[in-house]
Write a protein that binds this ligand. Structure first.
Ligand SMILES: Nc1ncnc2c1ncn2[C@@H]1O[C@H](COP(=O)(O)OP(=O)(O)O)[C@@H](O)[C@H]1O
Ligand SMILES: [Mg+2]
Length: 309
């Protein structure tokens, strides 16, 4: 297994400030992600999460630092990295099949029409949309549209799936169902995922690691929370796990108080390259510094499935 399959290395983002000077949105972020892991990032609005995701996607460039994907620094957008935004971005004149097939044929230009449709069909079925292939986006509910977006993103076998609050516009019931689908598919396919959410429970259900980002400006990655819940957790009883409230309270406490109280000295004291790895609810040690890739939790490791592409 590649240890650092995806690696954020010292990225910062600065903008010209109104009235002169520069505003530093975030500074010197380092984050390694192993292949097949699900990382959620949580932080208050405006701290720079979407900017980080856009940098990962190659849609934006950092002012400093780089992102390495599978040993290569990224230079721009690529079909190696698929993005799902809060609201779907489907082509309204194409059917469900057309939207997914368009992505598949962009990725594999040599595919025959039959090969394209076979790959598209596989992912349409995976997200539960069999039978809706010939419908156009206007004929679909919000949840179905987001499913098409998920099928389209996964159909190109991306090295990383990037999601920016993908379920926040959906009603609670649909959101829950889609969380289940995404989690199942990502586990089955060994998909590496980076997702922004502001929903703590969603992060605890989906993520292997929850990255806590302080408020901006000059936001930093304060901690990486290692999710202690077992890999076979189910959405409906995740809250019954003995460690659930320890994790939840830790993340909520960060959002409510600690995210805004990082002083310059506190930030300076952080080892930026190795944000502290935190395991709420575990007896000892509470914080494992400097070793954010090599921890192991009984029952929390994900099956090591190989990934195409
Ligand atoms: N093009 C830009 N010029 C100036 N400031 C920007 C630009 N894009 C984003 N920002 C600022 O960067 C900060 C982080 O934005 P964003 O990444 O969208 O945060 P988040 O997704 O965490 O809410 C915000 O304060 C925003 O105003
Ligand atoms: Mg955002």
């Amino acid at each position: 297994m590649t240890q650092k399959f995806i690696s954020i290395e010292g990225i910062s983002k600065r903008f010209p400030a109104t009235g002169g000077g520069t505003t530093t949105v975030f500074e010197d972020l380092w984050l390694p992600m192993e292949r097949g892991t699900f990382t959620c990032i949580i932080g208050h609005s405006g701290c720079g999460k979407t900017t980080v995701l856009n940098v990962l996607a190659g849609l934006d460039r950092p002012s400093d630092g780089a992102v390495i994907v599978d040993n290569q620094a990224i230079e721009g957008p690529s079909l190696d990295r698929a993005v799902i935004f809060q609201s779907h971005a489907l082509l309204p004149w194409l059917t469900v099949m057309g939207n997914v097939a368009y992505a598949v044929s962009s990725k594999w230009r040599g595919f025959s029409r039959a090969q394209v449709e076979e790959q598209a069909q596989k992912f349409i079925a995976l997200v539960g949309l069999s039978g809706a292939e010939r419908k156009r986006p206007a004929e679909l509910s919000g949840g179905m549209k987001q499913r098409v977006g998920i099928a389209r993103a996964l159909s190109i076998a991306p090295k990383i799936l990037l999601m920016d609050e993908p379920f926040s516009a959906l009603d609670a019931l649909t959101r829950g169902t889609l969380q289940d689908e995404v989690r199942r598919i990502c586990l089955e396919t060994g998909q590496t995922v980076f997702m922004i959410t502001h929903d703590v429970d969603e992060a605890i259900y989906l993520a292997d690691r929850i990255v806590l980002m302080t408020n901006g400006p000059q936001a930093v990655l304060a901690e990486i929370v290692d999710n202690p819940l077992p890999a076979d957790r189910a959405r409906n009883d995740v809250h019954k796990h003995p460690l659930y409230y320890a994790v939840r309270n830790h993340v909520v406490d960060f959002l409510v108080t600690r995210s805004k109280s990082y002083s310059d000295a506190g930030k300076a004291a952080l080892d930026r390259r190795n944000p502290p790895l935190v395991r709420p609810g575990m007896p000892e040690p509470a914080v494992v510094g400097g070793d954010s890739l090599t921890s192991s939790w009984p029952g929390s490791s994900r099956p090591s499935t190989s990934q195409a592409g």
